[in-house]
Design a protein around this ligand. Sequence first.
Ligand SMILES: Nc1ncnc2c1ncn2[C@@H]1O[C@H](COP(=O)(O)OP(=O)(O)OP(=O)(O)O)[C@@H](O)[C@H]1O
Ligand SMILES: [Mg+2]
Length: 341
Amino acid sequence: MTTEPKLSAGAATPRWQADPILSVERLTMRFGGLVAVGDVSFDVGRGDITALIGPNGAGKTTVFNCVTGFYKPTEGRIVMRHGAGRQDETVRQLTDSGLRWKKEGDSGVFLLERMPDYEIASKARVARTFQNIRLFGGMTVLENLLVAQHNPLVVASGFTFGGILGLPSYRKSEREAIDKAVYWLERTQLVDRADDPAADLPYGAQRRLEIARAMCTDPHLLCLDEPAAGLNPRESADLNALLKFIRDEHKTSVLLIEHDMGVVMEISDHIIVLDYGVKISDGDAESVKTDPKVIAAYLGVEEEEDIDVPEVLEDVVETIGEVAVGSLQPDAKGENRGGDK
Ligand SMILES: Nc1ncnc2c1ncn2[C@@H]1O[C@H](COP(=O)(O)OP(=O)(O)OP(=O)(O)O)[C@@H](O)[C@H]1O
Ligand SMILES: [Mg+2]
């Protein structure tokens, strides 16, 4: 099934079509007889915040696991690009060559379905956080951020113990690693907790630490699996600000799985909706939040049934938040109270 991207009236060609940092093409992931993701295609714009949403079990985390190399897709191509444009010719040549990636200066094309997870992180520069937080709980907050920068430090040591003790290049890299860690601790309001074990942090702070750790690897694409889950409204607002900062100041593209429609609708440039492993909607926030298929998916209405929009407004408020209703109901204030699951 193909669902063409939708745009609100008058919108220009979107960045995700002209300059996609990531293209997921006809991705299928089967677990035995279960099709967790079936023939899903979408683009992620360079410099955009892109949200992947959908009801529980829709296949969102499975897509992330394929993109980040935790699963080998059953079928499909996943193209990551450094440098501007679609680079169609390079993508075609690389696909035919059987090689995993091609890099020239600042440009590069990476076929992620062919690459192991450590190469996806270190070469294609895709970083991720997890739906269930995965930190080194016994290490301090600062140590968690230094471990993330382990590779450049090992290279700077000349791969020798003596290098670690004495090489100026190692000391310089170590200083840079600490500076970067402190920078992200400041951005995530964790400086005061730098020497505390990560496991002692409150839940919201652990979520921020995961993002800081991912940013310490200087990713081109940051993939976040439900970063707002379990956050209070204040923390959720801080998260919005942090993600906008990452996009606007660091020019890092963000791919976000999120159930909190307050977060999604406020910060996303582009939204893709999955349901039962297939894509049912794709477009900007304006077009997706008024898409009857999306409303039906969240309310559990059969696709063939006619949806009486006024009658389901109350349910939509509860399920996907007042932001969605604001666009259907002209006199609604459109205040965001979130719509967490
Ligand atoms: N390793 C696996 N083995 C078998 N089935 C799996 C595996 N991983 C995921 N699935 C199944 O694939 C489907 C999609 O799961 P996935 O975790 O991708 O959904 P999701 O959209 O992330 O849901 P949620 O919002 O609850 O996190 C589900 O039916 C799930 O049970
Ligand atoms: Mg999930």
